[in-house]
Design a protein around this ligand. Sequence first.
Ligand SMILES: O=C(O)CCC(=O)C1=CC=C[C@@H](O)[C@@H]1C(=O)O
Ligand SMILES: [Mg+2]
Length: 379
Amino acid sequence: MKIKEIKLHQLLMTMKNPFTTSFGTQQKRFVTIVEAIDEDGLSGFGECVSGEDPLYSEEFMDATLIALKKYFGPLVINKEISHPDEVWEIYKPFKRNNMAKASIEGAVWDLYAKKKGITLAEAMGGTKKEVDVGVSLGLEDTDELLLERIGEKVEEGYKRIKVKIKPGRDVEMVRKIREVYPEIPLMVDANSAYTLDDIDILKALDEFNLMMIEQPLMAGDIIDHAKLQKQIKTPVCLDESIDSYESAAAAIELGSCEIINVKVGRVGGITQSIKIHDLAEKHNIPLWCGGMLEAGVGRLHNVAITTLSNFTLPGDTASSSRYWFEDIITPEVVAENGVVKVSEKPGIGAEVDFGKMEQYLVKTETITEDDTLDMIMHN
Ligand SMILES: O=C(O)CCC(=O)C1=CC=C[C@@H](O)[C@@H]1C(=O)O
Ligand SMILES: [Mg+2]
């Protein structure tokens, strides 16, 4: 296949509720939907998951858009691509910018699956027909409010509850949750808010039978996480520290975690996610698919990757309606009793609904063959 044109549909969406982590609160989400159009006029879709500001990782949407227009779009236009794995090879000399790379690569995977008449899940080698999902809850102003939110989600049947923690909102907050819900599958995510100086707090969390503690220490770190894992019973799950196949391999070798949260955008795309999947499976490290507050396109990509065999823990792929008054796909993603059925339609398995998207659209920019690679260095 040959990509002739790439459209960057830039949306400004507002979530139903604000989402608070240890690094901040957000309700608005800048979402870029990447549409890759081939020589037959067929479209594949990807979603860019960069944050608005470089707080979760170094990537942010303004910079990502420049990277897409200047490098990653022109690099694939008019190239003969026989399999989406080739996109990673094309991008290889260009360092990081993983979420930018993954958004175009994801669109190429969708296009590839649609051209073959298979589902995106099948194109990746996934076999599950349905996937288990959990829900990620932000910090609330009071523990009572958080308990209310948890109650709603338990009632809706989500298979695990993840709550955000930060210094001052940790041990006692989790104790209160456990008093009310002693048995629910519960985990915490610190988004890098602690250091090894906080070892007593992290050890104290062992008492609550948590499924895991996600990214307690600095983003990128694997050394201190390895030291931590030796001192606590709760499995450490790495999120921000796993930004490549190589970092996953190093973390597994050092014993820095017992679980990995795979976010396709964070690791540079589907090809890299599958490589990490296969490695983790070999080492008995279970995976789950983390969310980035995606709109429908990214959500469906997440459902597809979760069909791979070693995604054995419930992911963040909650219902569209958990985030949005109206999602941009038809039909929306619906979790019933914590289970999402994988669509049998080709590609991502739902229509990108341009009518619905219109209400959020800020602008669409098109990359064509007239946009050549804009580089100072050449080789
Ligand atoms: O529901 C989701 O999409 C997951 C939400 C979530 O936990 C996160 C979204 C975006 C950045 C982070 O705060 C984060 C995470 O750390 O997993
Ligand atoms: Mg996380």
